[in-house]
Every structure is written in C-alpha cells, then in structure tokens.
Design a protein around this ligand. Sequence first.
Ligand code: KIV
Length: 381
Amino acid sequence: MAARTISASATAALAWSSRPASTLLSGARPVLCRRRLPASVSAPVLATGTPFLSSSLPTAPSSSTPLSSSQQARYSSHSPMGPPSGKQRKKVTIGTLRSLYAKNEPITMITAHDFPSALVADNSGMDMVLVGDSLAMVALGMEDTSEVLVEEMLLHCRSVARATKAAFTVGDLPMGSYEIGPEQGLETAIRFIKQGRVQAVKLEGGREMAPTIHKITSAGIPVLAHVGLTPQRQNALGGFKVQGKTAGGALRVLEDALAVQDAGAFAVVLEAVPAEIARIVTEKLDIPTIGIGAGNACSGQVLVQVDMTGNFPPGRFLPKFVKQYGDVWAEAQQAVEAYRADVKSRAYPAPEHTYPMPQEELDMFANAVEQSPHLQKRRSS
Ligand code: KIV
C-alpha cells in the first residue's frame, strides 16, 4: 500500500464524524507501519492516518522496554531467519575436519549459493558448505563458470555465510582471479575472507597452482584444492571430460593431488575421475579427498545442491554421478500453479489471510471517504 499523507479535507470529513478528528489522528503517522511500535506511537496506522487497532495484534510493550528480535511482530514475509530448528551444532573448524578424517568418518559437503540454500544445508548437519562457482549456471543462468566475477561471488558468499552458523564455509575463487600469480591469488583470497565472510577458499589446478596455494596458506587462509576435471579449464580440456582414464592421465591426477597437498591445501576435491583412481589417490594422501563423480572411497563427498534436490526443469542434463534425492522443481511448480489458479478464481486470499479491523473504524472510514469530494473515483479523460 502506498504511503499517503492525510489531506485537510479528509481530516475535515473525519471531524464531521462522531469522534473529533484530533482523537482519531493523534499519534497518526503517514505510513503503514509494519513492525510493532512503541506505546508512544500507539498502533499501526493506515495510509489515511487512521490508527489501526485490532485485538488480533500483540500489544506493544512500554516504550522504555527494548524489543528483542524474538518479540518483534513483523507484518511482512521477509524475516531473515525462521525459528531456530533443532539443537545448535558446534562450529565445524579445520580441526573438526581433521578429526573426521582421522576417524575415517566421511566428510559431507554441499554447495549453497544464497541464504536459504545455505540455511537448509547448515540445518541438515553438513560439515562443509561450498559457495561453488557452479552458481554461475545454477543461480545466475550463465553458460559456464568463466563469466562469473569476484564481486558476484562475494555477494553470494556473504549471503551464504550469514546462514552457515556451524558448517565450515568455503568460497570458490572464480576464473581469472588467481591464475596470474601467487600475489593475485592471495589478494583475492583475502577479499573472500574479509568481504565474503567464508572460512576458506577453493581454487582449481594441480602442480602449477602449488606456489599460489603455498602463498595463500602461508597467510593463514585454508585452501581447498581441486584436481581431476577442473571446469574452469573446460576449453583446454576439450569439454567436461572424465580425467585420469589412462595410466598417464591417472598419474597426472595423483601428482597434482600430491603437489597441492605439499603446498599446504587442507583437502582436495577430486572431480570426475574413475573410482579406482580416486581410491588410490585417497590412500596416497595425508589430507582428505572430497569426491564428486569419483566413487565412494574418497574421504568425503560434495554435490551441487540444485542437482541433488532436483531443483531444475525436466529434461535438463544431469551428470551420471548425481543422485537426485528430491524433486524440488516439481513441488515448487505445483505450488505456483495452485497459487495462480487460486488468484484467478479469487479463492486466494481467503478471509483468514486478511487483517481484521473494528467495524466502528471501518464505518468512520467509509463515512469520511463519502464526505470527501477529492477521494471520489476519478474518471480518466
Ligand atoms: O563450483 C562447484 O560447485 C564446484 C563443485 C562441483 C566441487 O566446484
């Protein structure tokens, strides 16, 4: 509802009614206030300036009592957090990940690209959340990851980080933000920590990235390395192809994994390599391997959230390694179609979705409108 100030003639019309306008308008503000107001401001106010009093609204505490966030009544759907669900977990740290690895307990990781997808991941008990540059496609509709910018990644990292109270959160350095040299890599990594509010960064590449990984980790920023299929280099790889399928290719994957480990990476993503090769690489390393399309012998697994929840339109290509655990798209489409049908048939909103108002106030309002010539329906000329 647009905010309107009450005009002199409407005030006069209200004055004509059984109560003096001064009482009707005392404490009136020109906007419809949606949050609970301190007692001094009385109640939420209609756009006309008429105080909106309803027994269904919670009573305001005294103006001297500050409202806690749980006390605030919000008349919009934009509450950033739902009620806290379940028990709060302890924050997952590098130490937690090391101890999971030492116990041979699989490390769980999933991507998230915004606040809700991060919240569901965190509430579901994921150990790690990755703000992967796959968001270029799944959240921004880009063709591939080469287009996404550091600033865009940082925006997504910040929104994810606000939700991940427990999960160890990793931001993906986008293509072009670290390959020029270790200095560039460190500069970008620092931005991800300071501005993106993540706890670690991920970057793609093996041996050639060792100096950069060394530089970043020496500055105290944990690095998750990524070898095997590295999608940012799809043009050089000839597409999104499985890596390490030949003896020579498999040796390169192992050498890359050892190099990033020696450079200081705390873990390494192994993407699209045969399960047997991933098993051997995992055995040869002293840091966790996080597999995606790399079989179940890895120290942990990662999937892109929209893939595994089925949050994509029918017919979209899905890589072979993805197991689809849900059908979020169908569920959402069904809901939106039902909403559309309800709006068209006026079944929605039903009375229970509307705000009540005292009949007396409604009558006074109607009277005031009737008595005010300038509030009559205008004819377009
Ligand atoms: O960008 C991404 O989501 C990733 C994962 C697939 C590992 O890099």
